[in-house]
Design a binder for this molecule. Structure first.
Ligand SMILES: Nc1ncnc2c1ncn2[C@@H]1O[C@H](COP(=O)(O)OP(=O)(O)OP(=O)(O)O)[C@@H](O)[C@H]1O
Ligand SMILES: [Mg+2]
Length: 159
């Protein structure tokens, strides 16, 4: 596990941009944590790192998924908070995204963990204060562990 700390919204955006440097087509990032901890903001940062205008990245709470065209790869942004059943996710055709050739970021993925790929990067965001946030990064499977290791190198001053 890699623990990152953010002291401000702009730092969370920067963290997202740095994470984006490691991401490749087929990767999935699963974001969880308290309401308002900064998951959507982190996705904006990841999007920025992939060449997507941060103004376009908004919470897909009602849409469930937003697709953005990055410079090199598409970004699929899910928010499963309001999703009520497996069926809804199946109807969207989640496999095409979760196991496809874009980069997928899922807010509240733990609510539908049974659908997530085994190889992925999990990040839990917690509020420690008004602007202080802790991000606990954990890789699963071969690719997930590789990503965690790369991030350890990209964020050298952390635990
Ligand atoms: N260090 C920080 N990192 C991220 N957001 C911060 C930070 N400090 C303050 N904030 C504020 O916290 C809020 C985070 O909102 P955001 O929509 O990204 O959270 P979220 O985790 O996606 O919420 P939800 O669970 O509703 O999807 C924003 O208003 C942001 O300005
Ligand atoms: Mg959100």
């Amino acid at each position: 596990m890699l623990i990152l700390e953010s002291a401000s919204p702009s730092q969370t955006l920067e963290i997202g941009q740095t994470i984006a440097k490691s991401l490749l087509p087929g990767d999935l990032v699963n974001l969880n944590g308290t309401l308002g901890a900064g998951k959507t903001l982190l996705v904006k940062g990841i999007g920025q790192g992939l060449g997507i205008d941060p103004g376009l990245v908004t919470s897909p709470t009602f849409a469930i998924i937003n697709e953005y065209e990055g410079t090199k790869f598409p970004l699929y942004h899910f928010d499963l908070y309001r999703l009520e059943s497996d069926l809804e996710l199946e109807q969207i055709g989640f496999e095409e995204y979760f196991f496809g050739q874009g980069i997928t970021v899922v807010e509240w993925g733990d609510l539908f963990k049974h659908f997530l790929p085994e190889q992925r990067l999990d990040i839990v965001l917690e509020s420690l204060g008004t602007e202080e946030r802790q991000l606990s990064v954990m890789g699963y499977g071969k690719r997930g562990l590789e990503l965690e290791e790369q991030l350890r190198r990209l964020f050298p001053c952390t635990s």
